[in-house]
Design a protein around this ligand. Structure first.
Ligand SMILES: CC(C)(COP(=O)(O)OP(=O)(O)OC[C@H]1O[C@@H](n2cnc3c(N)ncnc32)[C@H](O)[C@@H]1OP(=O)(O)O)[C@@H](O)C(=O)NCCC(=O)NCCS
Length: 402
């Protein structure tokens, strides 16, 4: 058994510092990569990675002069139910040196990060599901991985627009603009920062056979794109994996699926879709779409609960008073009256009490209060009204990996 007093002593001397220069950033990425069991970045990789380091967003834990843990965030915006975009921190590169784990280093980093973020909300992707709930992050959005058997896949009719394949340089220039022009459709989607595109270009260079295809409608305007890579599984039989798929309208979505499933020598197409994606109904035989997995995508931290409750819209129902419990950021703890008109802080008896990580879980509508009641982690009454207020017509998806 680990001596508890030893963790406390070491956690007590850990100091969290804001990193400011390039040499520190390189040490930061090297430590993070080692925590993930990857080697240090080469000079070429580092040149591509450097722009992803944004001043005031890079933290490290130190024991004396030794860096022992890392975290950082990228500045972005996040779509909330109702369509508003709020400033958002995309948290990433969380790692603790293997000889310093389970001594409270991550806890110290998370506390420092959450109390210093300029944004009212943060999201992250978790390497393991047990890490972040204790810091108030909730599982707020899941994705479905589907595989389409293209040998039996028939989509009736032809494309309404056309697709064109881009060379790498053109794709690098066009995609950031096109992504912004297409816009963010669903709650959970985020805007992409310049460093994200730089890293993506690097990933595509590393990947074999990465291809980008752009869709344009009958008016000639670009309104969708897909980036994918193809791997040979057996002789002349390939598997296509979609890396990035964005569209502005149903025609672009359907045409890009037609393109992907009619490619010669490709037997399987794999893609990440929203839980409620209608992709099965696109095909004459819906069974050609096979769900391989469902996993957690968006871990959401409501950093400024009053602001985040006011940022989204609500459905039609009687008002409900919700008590939020947030041990890490106690300023969020308190009662909020939620009605179709919005949210306000009140001093009233609550109908429901919920920890902040579960408030994050219901925020995008991926799960309801009634469903969570079975976990016994929320208490109270008026579940049906709370469900109706927080109901969101579409399931969340982000679609941007970071
Ligand atoms: C995950 C990681 C950052 C945790 O750092 P750490 O400094 O060991 O975390 P802490 O000591 O602050 O742990 C806080 C609590 O979370 C628990 N915890 C932390 N990581 C955990 C994990 N991977 N699995 C289960 N529990 C974990 C600890 O046991 C501790 O619980 P306790 O207070 O009840 O004892 C570190 O193990 C690591 O770098 N892992 C490899 C890289 C990685 O997965 N990074 C995350 C990328 S999203």
């Amino acid at each position: 058994m680990r001596p508890r007093s030893c963790w406390d002593t070491i956690a007590g001397v850990t100091e969290i510092r804001l990193l400011t220069d390039e040499a520190q950033y390189r040490a930061h990425i090297t430590l993070f990569r080692r925590a993930m069991h990857w080697g240090p970045p080469s000079d070429e990789q580092w040149a591509v990675t450097l722009p992803s380091y944004e001043p005031d967003r890079v933290l490290a834990a130190f024991d004396g002069d030794e860096m022992v843990g890392t975290t950082q965030s990228y500045g972005s915006s996040l779509v909330v139910p109702g369509g508003a975009r709020v400033p958002h921190a995309a948290v990433s590169r969380v790692g603790v040196r293997a000889d310093y784990t389970r001594r409270g280093v991550l806890t110290a980093l998370m506390r420092a990060q959450l109390s210093s973020l300029p944004d009212p909300v943060a999201t992250l992707r978790a390497s393991e599901g047990r890490i972040y709930g204790r810091f108030g992050y909730g599982l707020a959005g899941r994705v479905r991985i589907v595989e389409v058997d293209t040998r039996r896949a028939v989509i009736r009719g032809d494309m309404t627009g056309r697709v064109r394949m881009l060379d790498q340089d053109t794709a690098d220039k066009l995609l950031p603009e096109l992504h912004e022009a297409i816009g963010l459709r669903r709650p959970g989607q985020i805007s992409r920062w310049p460093g994200w595109w730089a890293r993506q270009r690097d990933r595509k260079t590393e990947a074999e056979n990465s291809v980008t295809v752009v869709h344009s409608g009958p008016d000639g305007d670009d309104d969708g794109f897909v980036t994918y890579k193809v791997k040979e599984e057996k002789e002349f039989k390939h598997r296509l994996s979609v890396e990035d798929f964005e569209w502005a309208n149903d025609d672009a979505w359907r045409d890009l699926w037609i393109y992907l499933t009619r490619l010669d020598l490709v037997n399987h197409v794999e893609n990440h879709v929203a839980l409620d994606s209608p992709v099965s109904w696109l095909f004459e035989d819906p069974r050609v779409v096979y769900t391989k997995d469902v996993f957690d995508e968006i871990w959401l931290r409501l950093v400024d609960v009053p602001r985040m409750l006011s940022a989204r819209t609500y459905g039609a129902a009687e008002a409900v008073v919700i008590e939020v419990q947030d041990a890490l950021l106690p300023a969020n703890s308190g009662c909020y009256r939620i009605s179709p008109e919005g949210a306000e802080r009140v001093e009233e008896q609550p109908d429901l009490t919920i920890p902040v990580d579960l408030l994050a879980a219901v925020y995008f509508g991926d799960v309801t209060f009634s469903q969570l009641a079975a976990t016994k982690r929320i208490t109270g009454t008026r579940l049906a009204d709370a469900d109706a207020l927080f109901a969101v017509p579409e399931k969340p998806i982000c679609g941007t990996f970071f």
